[in-house]
Design a protein around this ligand. Structure first.
Ligand code: NDP
Length: 447
């Protein structure tokens, strides 16, 4: 029927690639997918999933402490890192199997190995020449490792899931998602954690009041923050202990140094230049609204395009790609009002415009806040206040942003995001009767 070996060749078995391959095959395309590591990609293998399981594991530290105030006689409890680590890794292996099964059940041929592009329709896989009508680059992104003397003594989140032992003192570089999530994890497991950031802004892009609340609570818990510091060198002693030297601060001793300073698209050595695929200054594949690169037969979805580095977005892009190309159903991803969360301790979550963004864009905005101590925290004597904020367009009364920090904020926000996406007004929030006693009732009680 066609001169090509496959209709579609997908490079990368992560969230975007797997969805695109599976759906394209279901639409009738002949599909192969190459993966050099494990099917599942960053999210399943070394990101969202194992991280969330570690967050659950870490939270028991606070739950066990709080339980005593609720009458439970909790004896001294020990934590075993190897038990949690191995259980999490076993779950990751189980999920990897499920992802591979899904692909093979949909007649996607899964090929192990590193694929490189050799032309608009050709791929090399460990010396094997393969041709395809369309190539989809879904190779994801990888943590950035800085460059200074001794930088090789640090790890990234990739390695954090495999540590032999829990470190006593951890230095984390960066102040974004991964830094704050892992700071919470290591701190709850009993480590002394220092976050070292080049600016004095953590979680840039989130609403200022929510970021400030996380900073305050994290510092209260004992996490140390060093701002406006640049790494100079790291020395490793005979005993394996690290001394981290930086400008703007005295050196810090640590057992573990972890970099969380962003992720760069995986395009190095992929051969994309052989097909005339343009990359941007960060090495990301430049694509149009239909995920098509500057080479007509090559498309890209997910983190490799550096648009929104979130799994559900990559999945949507993969779905839109497959429906458009092979399902006769042209679809584009709507990037408006994407909810996001940071699984810190406590977690925070957000959808829509921050107060600052709304003021810039809309001019006149009203904000409503609820600053409260969750009932459970009151009885537990836990001095941690939650903060919810609604940002409302003064002219139309539309709720254009919701920002929250507090227990279960991501779980609550997912439902609230429907209202923001639907363009509901503040008066419609007010019409809803509170569900008492919950934390989420605050969303309809702000006046
Ligand atoms: P982020 O982009 O969240 O944060 C990067 C941090 O590192 C910022 O504080 C930034 O500072 C700092 N930084 C950037 N470059 C340098 C540098 N050269 N030297 C020193 N510091 C630097 O990156 P992460 O690595 O934490 O996460 C990567 C992405 O993965 C996230 O953006 C997110 O999209 C995704 N992710 C999502 C999660 C979730 O949904 N819960 C969880 C984990 C990751 P500054 O702000 O001053 O530039």
């Amino acid at each position: 029927m066609t001169a090509y070996d496959y209709d579609l060749f997908v490079i990368g078995g992560g969230s975007g690639g797997v969805r695109a391959a599976r759906v394209s095959a279901a639409h009738g395309a002949r599909v192969a997918l190459a993966e050099e590591h494990k099917v599942g990609g960053t999210c399943v293998i070394r990101g969202c999933v194992p991280k969330k399981l570690l967050v659950y594991g870490a939270h028991f530290a606070e739950d066990l402490a709080d339980a005593r105030r609720f009458g439970w006689n909790v004896p001294k409890c020990d934590f075993s890192w190897p038990v949690l680590r191995d259980n999490v890794l076993a779950e990751v292996t189980r999920l990897e199997g499920l992802y591979t099964d899904t692909l093979t059940k949909h007649d996607v041929e899964v090929l192990k190995g590193r694929a490189t592009v050799t032309g608009p329709h050709s791929i090399d896989l460990a010396g094997r020449k393969i041709t395809a009508g369309t190539i989809l680059v879904a190779s994801g992104a990888t943590p950035i490792v800085p460059d200074f003397p001794g930088a090789e003594h640090g790890i990234t989140s990739n390695e954090a899931f495999h540590l032999d032992a829990l470190p006593e003192r951890v230095v984390i570089a960066g102040g974004g998602y991964i830094a704050n999530e892992f700071a919470g994890i290591f701190h709850e497991f009993g480590a002394k954690v220092s976050i070292v950031n080049r600016s004095d802004v953590i979680l840039r892009g989130y609403d200022e009041s929510i970021r400030d609340r996380l900073l305050t609570i994290s510092m209260m818990k004992g996490i140390e923050f060093k701002f406006h510091c640049a790494f100079e060198r790291v020395e490793k002693g005979e005993d394996g202990r690290l001394t981290v030297h930086m400008s703007g601060s005295d050196p810090i001793e640590a057992d573990l140094l972890m970099y969380a300073i962003g992720r760069k698209p995986n395009t190095a050595g992929l051969g994309l230049e052989t097909a005339g695929v343009d990359l941007d200054g960060n090495g990301a594949v430049v694509v149009n609204a239909d995920n098509q690169s500057t080479c007509d037969s090559i498309y890209a979805v997910g983190d490799v395009t550096n648009r929104v580095q979130l799994t559900p977005v990559a999945i949507r892009e993969g779905q839109a790609f497959a429906d458009t190309l092979f399902g006769n159903k042209p679809t584009r991803v709507d990037y408006e009002n994407i909810p996001a969360a940071v699984f810190s301790h406590p977690p925070l979550a957000s959808v829509g415009m921050t107060e600052g963004q709304a003021r810039n864009k809309l001019g006149s905005v009203k904000t409503y806040t609820s600053d409260f101590r969750p009932m459970k925290n009151v009885l537990a004597n836990r001095n941690e206040r939650a903060l919810y904020k609604l940002v409302v367009d003064s002219e139309t009364d539309q709720v254009v942003g919701i920002h929250m920090i507090g227990p279960d904020a991501p779980e609550i926000l997912q439902a609230a995001a429907i209202a923001v996406k639907a363009g509901l007004k503040k008066s419609q929030f007010d019409e809803v009767v509170a569900l008492h006693p919950t934390m989420s009732e605050e969303l309809v009680l702000m006046r």
